[in-house]
Write a protein that binds this ligand. Structure first.
Ligand code: ZN
Length: 484
């Protein structure tokens, strides 16, 4: 007996030692930098230009109503950024998208590409009255610029142009060629805009050092246990697939129902899917995120993240409890449509459901469909993938110079933030550029609290003037630093 206790005590000591070593080994990934000087810019004039940009109702898709809006928007850009339009070459791609080329002095260096989209989502008429300022008013009030596109994504279009205009005024000339690519249909998939710009670059055999797109932001008070703001750089994005599940059955009178009905079959299929979730994993971009955030946590929390060899199952179980973090761990399945029946006393001969899947990098639409088929395990249910589908992206390496460049730039413009890579659960236009580079980074330095995230595509979209200046500064620094 005594011997057993002795062994146990030794075991505990060894384990304690190993855990402590884990914590000590978890060194910070944060880069030490000197903060940059704020950019020299006429703040009011810049805010007014973003305000005017918002007043153009560039709602995708481009139809007869929005066509003139896109034309006027292009004219507005030309007039607002005269130095840029004098120095950079501008091409109109597929009628409404824009590609600018700022020729670098060293053509042997791979170019960089900064991207954004000019289109916005429509405003739901039912919510229009709930806006503090009209959604297309571009009102500048209380330190904010208000309206559709203030966060998504006219802030980037205008922010990039302001940065280049300012760099030109300062006499800066890039060594690497800089491309600016502005799509016009991101909100409906980007097939007419970003995809066409990317195809045009591919036709010129251009390979890019990196692509920088919108995607993730600086989050304040959202991540449990972290008090400092966290800047998350999207290094990967999930794939997208919807599948229609159809069941046929003999219809007929509901007074003599058979054992198997169409509604019953579809219900069982959904229930089986709920009971067989995709496995949760701490891999790729998600694991990298915790590796970057872990060392910045207090000792107790650090203990678990620094010793994933032991605590991984526990950490996964904890993260799975919240929908937000669960989505970072696994391919998710959401039933989104359920249809059957027309009359209370008639058995429907058909029932249908649609499930929407968001697929983890490393998996594919084909493997996800296979999982669904196996989970449902019912050959009588017909599975039909819907037309819109996207494979998950590759994962940008966090030890690449491109990631390091963006991380360093964020630390310089926002020195109190923790920078970490992350997985984007939504889709961006950047996926159209996957063949042109392996370094795709998705980030914009807007500060968001939990309340602010619903402003995207929602009511009271707005950006603070301070954040907008930071965005301009960020783009200017990225361009400058990419020469080093
Ligand atoms: Zn967007």
């Amino acid at each position: 007996m005594k011997k057993l206790f002795g062994v146990l005590a030794l075991g505990t000591a060894v384990l304690g030692g190993a855990l402590a070593i884990g914590v000590l080994r978890s060194v910070s990934h944060q880069i030490d930098v000197t903060p940059t000087m704020p950019i020299q810019i006429d703040v009011d004039a810049a805010a007014q230009r973003l305000s005017r940009a918002i007043r153009h109702r560039t709602v995708a898709p481009v139809d007869s109503a929005s066509q003139p809006e896109f034309e006027h928007f292009r004219a507005f850009l030309t007039e607002s950024f005269p130095a840029l339009h004098k120095r950079l070459a501008r091409e109109t791609v597929n009628q409404h998208s824009l590609l600018y080329t700022w020729q670098g002095r060293k053509p042997k260096l791979k170019p960089i590409l900064l991207m954004a989209h000019m289109d916005v989502v429509p405003v739901d008429p039912a919510t229009e009255k709930s806006w503090t300022h009209g959604p297309f008013s571009g009102q500048v009030a209380d330190g904010f610029i208000w309206g559709r596109g203030a966060m998504d994504d006219k802030v980037s279009v205008l922010g990039i142009l302001e940065a280049v205009e300012q760099l030109l005024a300062a006499g800066f000339q890039p060594e690497r060629t800089v491309y600016l690519a502005f799509g016009h249909d991101e909100e409906i998939g980007g097939n007419d805009g970003a995809a066409k710009i990317a195809a045009s670059l591919a036709a010129r055999n251009i390979q890019l050092e990196f692509v920088l797109d919108e995607g993730m932001n600086i989050f304040s008070g959202i991540i449990n246990g972290v008090t400092a703001p966290v800047a998350l750089i999207g290094v990967a994005e999930k794939g997208y697939l919807s599948v229609s599940l159809n069941a046929d059955a003999a219809g007929g009178h509901s007074s003599t129902p058979p054992a198997e009905t169409a509604i019953g079959s579809i219900s069982r299929a959904i229930q089986r899917l709920d009971a067989a979730p995709f496995p949760g994993k701490l891999t790729g971009a998600t694991r990298a995120m915790f590796e970057f955030i872990g060392p910045e946590l207090a000792w107790g929390k650090k203990l678990a993240l620094a010793n994933l060899w032991l605590f991984e199952p526990l950490v996964i179980r904890e993260l799975a409890k919240s929908p937000l973090t669960n989505a970072l761990l696994r391919t998710t399945v959401a039933p989104t449509i359920f249809q059957a029946g027309v009359k209370d006393n008639v058995l429907p001969s058909q029932a249908r459901a649609v499930i929407n899947l968001r697929i983890m990098p490393g998996e594919s639409t084909a493997s996800a469909l296979e999982h669904v088929r196996k989970a449902i395990d019912d050959p009588s249910i017909k599975l039909t993938p819907l037309a819109v589908r996207m494979e998950p992206s590759a994962v940008t390496a966090t030890d690449s110079p491109s990631f390091e460049l963006v991380a360093r730039t964020i630390r310089r413009i926002a020195p109190d933030t923790i920078v970490a890579p992350s997985l984007l659960v939504a889709a961006t236009d950047s996926r159209h550029y996957a063949n042109l580079t392996k370094n795709v980074l998705r980030f914009l330095p807007i500060t968001l609290t939990a309340n602010d995230t619903k402003r995207f595509h929602g009511v009271d979209e707005r950006i603070s003037i301070a954040d907008y200046l930071r965005c301009i500064n960020f783009y200017a620094q990225v361009i400058r630093n990419s020469d080093m």
